[in-house]
Design a protein around this ligand. Structure first.
Ligand SMILES: C[S@@+](CC[C@H](N)C(=O)[O-])C[C@H]1O[C@@H](n2cnc3c(N)ncnc32)[C@H](O)[C@@H]1O
Length: 385
């Protein structure tokens, strides 16, 4: 029995967690890797050890299967449900603290106890692939939309600007409400865009030159919000909410707080997320008179097959060709750019607008992809070019 693959994945994920500010997960993963290093070869001892038993079926896993994160989330879900109080003492997501709780060794022991006593639940939880819904990605999306509105000259005609939000790969659809979040250029007192009353507020969300109208002077009249996902998260259920929360690492309390606030917003602003693929959704999409039709997506394109990507692109071109001054269209994408060497800011914001627009003294042909900014995998901060 060879544990090399899974051991390597656990070590790599441990390093990533350490780099991205999760000492709890980093420590647990390192211990898991150590346990597999001493793994006995006979099936009987594997069955007796909860760590080896849970990881055994995944010994030959490859990185894309994300087994380490799936295992951690399966356990986190049990903690969040209140069913692992001994481990909760260490998890800031439950008000705990790694050191006040007793330190890494005790935390590890409590983790193993969950594997031992709730084995079937953990194994069932391993089925779920990491799925988040990052509200911070609203910062590039709204900024991109403000650019599109500026280029199309829409705020000069009507302000608030009538728009329709459409999102593919929307997950729970939190970013279909991202006009209800607030984006600031600096600290709490700096200029920003979005309602001052919201609890989803991002300080230093936009770095460098601010999006046009980003001081709040351009407002939106969102006429409809629609989304699609092949595996939508139902935010109206406790299970759906905990599904999203379980994939946020327990020490990332700021992100957890934002998610809780965004869920509160979602509760009073229901949005339907259709269970369908990106192509089925865009094929149904039509432009409407007197409104800017927005199609956006973030961190989902890599999961779409090349064939579907091509079909979606083709439909975007068709919609673009139908756009007019009174029926404008924009495609806003915030997706990873593998060529970027800056690991901290590896996503790019690309905006296309139809019909053709005037930029300064130049008439820009319709649909030209404009690279406007880069950001982190969680969206913020967005660095405008
Ligand atoms: C990493 S999540 C990002 C979710 C959300 N866009 C965000 O930024 O928080 C990727 C999402 O894309 C969805 N997805 C993957 N392939 C898809 C497809 N072909 N059509 C629609 N959604 C898809 C997944 O189910 C998942 O919810």
């Amino acid at each position: 029995m060879d544990w090399k693959n899974i051991r390597q994945l656990l070590r790599e994920q441990s390093d990533t967690c350490a780099r991205l500010g999760s000492p709890i997960y980093s420590g647990i993963l390192r211990r898991l890797a150590l346990d597999t290093a001493d793994a006995p070869v006979d099936e009987q001892s594997v069955t007796a050890d909860p760590v080896l038993r849970v990881l055994g079926p995944h010994r030959a896993a490859v990185a894309s299967e994300m087994i380490p994160l799936r295992l951690l989330a399966a356990v986190h879900r049990i903690v969040l449900a209140g069913n692992a109080p001994d481990l909760a003492r260490f998890f800031p997501s439950m008000g705990g603290d790694l050191y006040a709780g007793g330190g890494p060794m005790e935390c590890w022991q409590a983790f193993v106890d969950v594997l031992k006593h709730r084995f079937d639940e953990v194994r069932a939880g391993l089925e779920y692939f990491p799925q988040t819904n990052e509200t911070g990605r609203g910062a590039p999306l709204i900024g991109g939309l403000l650019h599109a509105i500026d280029q199309l000259g829409l705020a000069g005609v009507q302000n608030p600007v009538p728009v329709r939000f459409n999102e593919i790969g929307a997950s729970g659809g939190l970013n279909l409400r991202c006009d209800r979040f607030r984006y600031l250029s600096g600290d709490e007192d700096s200029a920003g865009w979005g309602p001052t009353s919201t609890c989803v507020t991002f300080t230093e969300a936009w770095l460098g030159e601010q999006p046009p109208g980003g001081d709040g002077s351009v407002r939106l009249d969102v006429r409809s919000r629609q989304g699609a996902d092949i595996n939508p998260v139902d935010l109206t259920t406790e299970a759906g909410q905990q599904h999203l929360m379980s994939f946020i690492w327990p020490d990332h309390v700021l992100r957890q707080g934002r998610l809780r606030c965004a869920l509160d917003i979602a509760r009073v602003m229901p949005v339907e997320i259709h269970r369908e693929s990106a192509i089925d959704f865009v094929n149904r999409l039509e432009l409407t008179e007197g409104e800017l039709t927005v199609l956006w997506h973030s961190v989902m394109w890599q999961y779409v097959t090349p064939a579907e990507q091509q079909q979606v692109q083709k439909r975007i071109e068709e919609l673009g060709a139908q756009a007019t001054q009174s029926k404008p269209f924009t495609h806003i994408s915030f997706e990873p750019a593998p060529h970027l060497e800056d690991r901290a800011a590896s996503q790019v914001l690309v905006v296309r607008v139809w019909p053709s627009v005037r930029v300064g003294n130049m008439k820009m042909p319709a649909g030209v992809p404009q690279l406007l900014a880069k950001g982190t995998s969680h969206g913020i901060p967005v660095q405008w070019k």
